[in-house]
Design a protein around this ligand. Structure first.
Ligand code: SF4
Length: 83
C-alpha cells in the first residue's frame, strides 16, 4: 500500500521536509561509514593474523595469496570492529 504525499498542508510540508532531511543526513552518514571500509583480508573477521606478517584465513584454512589479501575475496566478512 502506498500513501500519497499530496494533498498536504503547511504543517505537513514542514514535517515531511524535516523527516526527509533527517533521512538524508542518516543516509549520508551511513554512506560515508561504508565508503571508508576498504575490504581486505586484514579487516576480514575470518583472518587470523600473525605478528611479523603472514596470517591465515579460517574460512579457507590457508594463507591467502598477496593479491587476495589486498582486496579480500567474495567471502569477505566484516564484524564492524575497526581493528
Ligand atoms: S580470503 Fe576471503 S574470507 Fe579469507 S580472510 Fe581473506 S577476505 Fe576473508
Amino acid at each position: 500500500m502506498t500513501t500519497s504525499t499530496y494533498p498536504m498542508n503547511k504543517a505537513q510540508l514542514v514535517e515531511r521536509r524535516n523527516l526527509a532531511k533527517l533521512a538524508m543526513e542518516l543516509a549520508q552518514k551511513q554512506y560515508l561509514e561504508l565508503t571508508a571500509i576498504g575490504p581486505s583480508c586484514a579487516n576480514c573477521e575470518n583472518f587470523i593474523g600473525r605478528r611479523g606478517g603472514g596470517g591465515k584465513c579460517s574460512k579457507w584454512d590457508a594463507e591467502p595469496p598477496d593479491d587476495v589479501k589486498e582486496v579480500g575475496c567474495d567471502e569477505w566478512s566484516h564484524d564492524g570492529i575497526p581493528f
